[in-house]
Design a protein around this ligand. Structure first.
Ligand code: F0G
Length: 454
């Protein structure tokens, strides 16, 4: 056991590894599966662990109390819950940008439209670099910092690169970013550059970038910060804690997340399981994963063989963050979907675009990849898998400003090809709000206002 109180256990063969013995690609040397962080003193479910379980009401009180503290670690919505992520030997090594503590919004219009009155959005796009990746990055980059690495690296569809570059800059470390050429949103590329990363666009897709980077980290002293790194998932647990806390520790019935590389669903599942084990909450919500139809390897695997094997696909969707054909953490996602009684659905380009506009119309907005959650919920409701009395939380993973080109094209009416509209043309038309160009005269503005009021 490490001094920090955690162990690394292979999710395939159960083999345990020390932190410094992990392979550079975070794969188990025996079965090639991925590791997860466990805490022998309380997360194992053994009699001894049970005896040393922290007291649930003391934890709830402590975590709330920390919100009014002036300490950096307490002000972070990740490290505020540090009793459940004991991954560092020394808290001095925390690298934080005050991530987390994101809003849980009610979505009144979408609630009326879907008939799910208790419909909420946990907006992880309200993190410092604009996505949910910050919560995982503060955890894993702090570990890299503690281990004494100078360089960190990731392959990314955009958000991970921005988060990693920011946290590395904060810690005075160097970062290497590999991104697919021409296939990420410009805003994200600009962030990585601004935060000082060595940013390399490779002439391949995300899956190709992962292949190259896996070899690079084997040959160079660079710490890998993709979500195969189990410490990322410890940070990404914390939105689940915040959701439970915001609902007075009475967890929702259903949490819906977008699926790309498929790590986030399992991080949230792990948190809900740990909370229940510790007596912080009484039940586990269903966790459902929604993929874009053009990047749907998990959906296919679940349909074909209940997720026993997964065949990679050539990914193609405008939701660039989840344009991933060979997801690293698919087995973890299958486990959490099955254990929690959730589902995996797919949604097409028109469904994603309309859902994104609807989330925008709530005064909230999100990036295209996040909008698959609302599009997926609509399908689950039609299939009778979500009932009107259930409380549902959509995890909005990224900020609406990430992909303004997408949003502008939607409102101008040039995003979708005619054959992509399906049955949604009319619904899409009423949500479009194109900008109007006029002569600089009062009368022309008043005429436009009159038209809009009708
Ligand atoms: N939503 C957004 C906004 C994302 O950026 C990602 C992943 C996902 C959802 C999917 O999460 O991979 O845990 O299933 N983005 C990656 C990146 C992979 O490089 O930023 P996942």
């Amino acid at each position: 056991m490490e001094n920090s109180g955690h162990q690394l256990r292979c999710t395939g063969c159960g083999g345990v590894s020390g932190q410094r013995e992990l392979q550079a690609d975070f794969r188990c040397p025996h079965c090639s599966d991925l590791y997860e962080v466990v805490y022998p003193s309380w997360s194992d479910g053994t009699a001894a662990a049970g005896a040393r379980k922290p007291n649930a009401s003391a934890l709830r009180w402590l975590w709330k109390e920390r919100r009014s503290s002036r300490e950096d670690a307490d002000q972070s919505g990740v490290w505020r819950f540090r009793e459940l992520l004991q991954v560092l030997q020394d808290e001095k090594n925390i690298v934080s940008l005050r991530e987390g503590n994101t809003p849980l919004y009610h979505l009144p219009r979408a609630a009326r439209a879907t008939g799910i009155l208790g419909l909420y959005a946990k907006h992880q796009g309200m993190n410092p670099t604009g996505s949910f990746k910050d919560t995982g990055m503060t955890a894993a980059l702090s570990v890299a910092h503690e281990l004494g690495y100078e360089w960190v690296a990731c392959a990314s569809t955009g958000n991970t690169s921005a988060a990693m570059a920011a946290y590395a800059a904060r810690a005075g470390m160097r970062s290497l970013v590999l991104i697919p050429e021409g296939k990420i949103a410009w805003g994200k590329l600009s962030q990585a550059m601004d935060y000082g990363a060595l940013t390399i666009q490779l002439k391949t897709d995300f899956d190709g970038c992962v292949r190259v980077l896996t070899e690079v980290v084997r040959r160079a002293p660079v710490y890998l910060l993709n979500s195969v790194n189990p410490y990322r998932l410890e940070g990404q647990k914390t939105p689940a804690l915040e959701i439970a806390e915001a609902m007075d520790w009475d967890v929702p019935d259903h949490v819906i997340v977008p699926g790309g590389n498929l790590a986030n669903s399992s991080a949230l599942g792990k948190a809900f399981e740990e909370m229940r084990y510790l007596g912080l909450t009484l039940k586990m919500p269903r966790i459902s994963v929604i993929q874009a139809q053009g990047a749907n390897p998990l959906y296919r695997a679940m349909q074909k063989n209940a997720g026993q094997t997964l065949e990679p696909v050539q990914a193609d969707t405008r939701a660039s963050a989840i344009r991933i054909g060979n997801p690293a953490s698919w087995k973890k996602a299958v486990r959490v979907i099955q254990k929690s009684g959730g589902w995996c659905e797919q949604v097409d380009e028109a469904e994603i675009a309309l859902a994104k506009a609807e989330i925008g119309a709530e005064g909230i907005g999100c990036e295209p990849a996040s909008a698959v959650t609302l599009a997926g919920l609509k399908k689950l409701v039609l299939q009778g898998k979500v009932r009107p009395e259930e409380r549902v939380v959509l995890l909005l993973t990224g900020h609406t400003l990430k992909d303004s080109d997408y949003t502008i094209a939607y409102h101008r009416g040039d995003l979708l090809k005619p054959e992509e509209f399906g049955s949604l043309r009319d619904e899409i038309e009423v949500t479009r709000r194109n900008a109007v160009e006029l002569e600089a005269s009062v009368d022309s503005v008043l005429r436009e206002l009159e038209k809009a009021r009708r």
